[in-house]
Design a protein around this ligand. Structure first.
Ligand SMILES: [Zn+2]
Length: 419
């Protein structure tokens, strides 16, 4: 059985939108694209689904999420913690307090809720960070796909070796149909440096996907440079890490990462707000990818990533919402409309759109499956219905500008309607 899907506009990723475009699906894959007449000729018996005055476009890939925190706003208010924007280190302290108040079932519930929110906003794949390993089974029934990065952090030698064993057990035993498991060493300031090296070695040895929060805040660069600052004064004091207070390393984040064996091809770096030109060159030379999270960066008041320099250096870029502990929604439509404002000088509408589609697919190793509408890829797309016709030439700009709160009419994943 074949199906032809058509709409007033068909939006490719790397070609101009096609008016009256159609795509032909067989067994969950796209087999051809063109005009409706061409598709009907090539598959005379095919069922035709016409979305009418609508845009049919690729699904989004949210390259950085923490779905286990999707109920954070409710948890925070239950323990009297404010969700209002705040400085970076104060936010971490709030997060620790809130996380200590939740139990495993609450995390599972939050993951289920987060998966649903992703689908409802046209997302087909995620790069999700998971600290609650018992939550793996919760991803078994979703039509979403992507990577789950098992998060690890800690300073104490005995504790980190116990954590490594737990991580190892999950990596060896757990299989989740649509997801690939990887590792996420949390950040340069929350992990014993030798443990960080051990985690990177494991990723390289077993070709596991890897992701790390890096160069996110000035607090982090101060920490790596002087061994002082807010992270030591507030976070290390709050969690009794006084004895792990570092010496002055006089290092930049990417230098530190490289020294620990963590700068390699397809390493998925997250944030990259505080990057120097030489660090950007090093990221590009290594072939690592970077996820931009502009709304999270604004919420935590850490600055704006140097996107013009990143683009010029040829760093592979993707887009992520981060968690609902530092963002208002898990919608990449919302993220795109915000990114269009903060990266206005650096990225065109097409380049912004690519962050959420081809860039995300590349970042999660899904470039042969998702991110574009073209023959051979999975037949996954979203449909945005329009009251008024759009001008084809400015279609992408208009969609992104109106993206805040964008409602998806239909989401098809592998030829199946999932909403
Ligand atoms: Zn994050």
């Amino acid at each position: 059985m074949s199906t032809i899907y058509c709409a007033r506009h068909l939006l490719y990723t790397q070609a101009p939108p096609l008016d009256g475009g159609a795509l032909l699906e067989q067994k969950g894959r796209i087999v051809a694209l063109g005009s409706l007449n061409e598709m009907k000729k090539s598959a005379p018996g095919a069922r035709v689904v016409d979305f009418g005055e609508a845009v049919l476009l690729p699904t989004f890939i949210n390259a950085h999420t923490h779905l286990e925190l999707s109920h954070y706003p409710a948890w925070a208010s239950a323990v009297g913690v404010s969700s209002a924007p705040t400085g970076f280190v104060d936010w971490i302290l709030r997060l620790i307090k809130v996380k200590r108040s939740v139990n495993p079932e609450m995390m599972n519930e939050a993951i289920r809720y987060g998966l649903r929110l992703c689908l409802e906003s046209g997302t087909a794949a995620i790069g999700d960070i998971l600290s609650w390993f018992g939550g793996c089974a919760t991803y078994a029934d979703t039509p979403l796909c992507g990577r789950i990065f098992l998060e690890s952090l800690g300073q104490d030698l005995a504790l980190t070796q116990k954590l490594y064993q737990q991580l190892d057990a999950v990596l060896q035993q757990q299989e989740i149909s649509n997801f690939e498991l990887g590792i996420s060493p949390h950040s340069p300031y929350t992990i014993r440096p030798k443990y960080m090296r051990q985690l990177f070695e494991r990723c390289r040895r077993d070709h596991l996907a890897c992701s790390i929060h890096i160069a996110e805040s000035v607090a982090e660069t101060d920490f790596l440079n002087s061994g002082e600052g807010e992270l030591v004064e507030k976070l290390y004091a709050a969690v009794n890490w006084h004895q792990y207070r570092p010496e002055a390393r006089m290092m930049r984040p990417i230098e530190f990462l490289d020294e620990r064996g963590g700068l390699f091809a397809d390493q998925l770096l997250v944030h990259g707000v505080q990057l120097s030109r030489s660090e950007i060159k090093a990221i590009a030379a290594a072939g690592a990818q970077l996820v931009l999270c502009p709304r999270s960066n604004a919420h935590l008041q850490v600055g704006t990533a140097p996107v013009a320099d990143l683009k010029q250096a040829g760093v592979g870029l993707a887009l992520g919402t981060d968690s609902l502990a530092s963002n208002q929604s898990l919608s990449l439509w919302d993220e795109l409309s915000f990114a269009a404002k903060v990266y206005a000088d650096a990225l065109s509408a097409d380049e912004l759109f690519a962050l959420a589609t081809t860039g995300g697919a590349r970042a999660l190793g899904l470039q042969n499956q998702l991110g574009e509408l073209k023959p051979g890829l999975r037949c996954s797309f979203q449909v945005v219905r329009r009251k008024e016709p759009l001008r084809t030439r400015t279609l992408v700009e208009t969609l992104i500008a109106e993206g805040q709160g964008q409602k998806i009419d239909t989401l098809i994943l592998d030829g199946v309607s999932v909403l």
